[in-house]
Ligand binder design. Structure first.
Ligand code: NAP
Length: 362
């Protein structure tokens, strides 16, 4: 009998859900014991529910293939079967917000990929290398909501992960960003399955992703914020302007970033060593999903590139390149990460590992 912690995946049949199933199949701490999706998939075995739409390059893990998919809306069905649920459902935001609260109130630790609770002040939005201390807010969250074992933490939007760690590394070194302009080139897998119609995507770029620019401009402020009186108070010193584009790439979001500092500015030759030396709590704790080197800097003039760099270090590293002086702001660079791994399932698993290490699960 396995002594791994039983976990559930809500939205297990979708693009992010399938990545959870793939990554958790060999996880040393967690074991998938409960899968849930829409009422259309409920009652089928997992293999039946994803037949014809399994997108992973590896087969469906045997132990999960035979699990019967539950209706994610039926919280009772999860009771006694898992201690933690990863939420990757895609439906109306209000419904997701209510669903995630229902699971937390029923005693489950919930780690969500969805944006429904990213703005909720007592819900931490975690990038494990940047703001692990925001998990401290969970004590106040449990107290205020009357939860004992239940709790709720969220991941930030996938598009911001290409630059948050590199910018944070510079902040840790004492430099204060003031203004940031971003242009993202986001992969089609970010829109789920089947996602953007092929006739919109082949030989084309779509310069609009609903809600993405607003999230890119607001979410970093919460991640860079501080815990105060049981809530997260967002940073108010950085202004961000974002252009978000959908491009014909399968996996891997790229971001071109221009950054201006308040006060002291790092010299260009100082920055790459800061990035290469950066290490944080997940690395110190040796968490299973943590990349060994969270920021990989490529010296090649034409990198990072999605197809060549997205899978580095378990697809959990942020790959940076093209650091140079900006003619308008101070510096500019290009960042890349794997959106359905680092930006979704892998980032959520790393957050759950951090929660486990802090005694918040189980
Ligand atoms: P997706 O491929 O469209 O999958 C959606 C999932 O939600 C499926 O499992 C689907 O089940 C389930 N679902 C749909 N309606 C439901 C209902 N009424 N009740 C319960 N479950 C329902 O979407 P995705 O790309 O995996 O995204 C999932 C979530 O992660 C979204 O909130 C998205 O914003 C977020 N996210 C995605 C990415 C990415 O790169 N793709 C990155 C970060 C965050 P059926 O198969 O039964 O329909």
């Amino acid at each position: 009998m396995s002594n791994r912690i039983p976990v559930g995946v809500l939205g297990a049949t979708g693009m992010v859900g399938q990545n959870f199933i793939r990554l958790l199949s060999s996880h040393p701490w967690f074991e998938v014991a409960y899968v849930a999706a829409s009422p259309t998939s409920a009652g089928k075995t997992y293999a039946q529910a994803v037949a014809g739409r399994w997108q992973m390059a590896t087969p469906i893990p045997e132990a999960v293939a035979k699990l019967v998919v539950e209706d994610a809306g039926n919280v009772e069905a999860a009771k006694g079967r898992c201690a933690l649920v990863f939420s990757a459902v895609d439906l109306d935001k209000k419904a997701i917000a209510a669903l995630e609260l229902a699971y937390a109130a029923a005693g489950f630790a919930v780690v969500s990929n969805n944006s429904a609770h990213r703005g909720t002040p007592d819900v931490p939005m975690i990038i494990p290398e940047v703001n692990p201390e925001h998990l401290d807010v969970i004590a106040a969250q449990r107290k205020a909501r009357g939860w004992t074992t239940g709790c709720l933490a969220v991941k930030s939007n996938c598009s911001i992960q290409s630059y948050m760690t590199p910018v944070w590394a510079l902040m840790k070194a004492g430099y204060r960003p003031k203004r940031m302009i971003l242009t993202t080139l986001q992969a089609v897998s970010g829109a789920g399955y089947p996602g953007v119609p092929s006739l919109d995507m082949v030989d084309n770029i779509v310069p609009y992703i609903g809600g993405e620019e607003e999230k890119s401009e607001v979410e970093p402020l919460k991640v860079f914020g501080r815990v105060e009186n049981g809530v997260i108070v967002p940073d108010s010193t950085i202004t961000i302007s974002a252009h978000c584009n959908r491009v014909p790439v399968v996996d891997g979001h790229t971001a071109c970033v221009s950054l201006e500092f308040d006060g002291a500015k790092p010299a260009l030759e100082e920055i790459v060593p800061i990035w290469r030396a950066f290490s944080a709590v997940p690395q110190e704790l040796g968490l299973p999903m943590a990349p060994k080197q969270p920021i990989i800097y490529s010296d090649e003039a034409n990198r990072p590139q999605p197809r060549k760099d997205r899978d580095l270090d378990k697809a959990m590293a942020v790959v940076v390149g093209r650091l140079r002086t900006c003619n308008v702001f101070d510096i500019r660079f290009v960042g890349l990460h794997h959106n359905t791994v680092r930006g979704a399932s892998g980032g959520a698993i790393l957050t759950a590992e951090l929660m486990k290490a802090r005694g918040l699960i189980g």
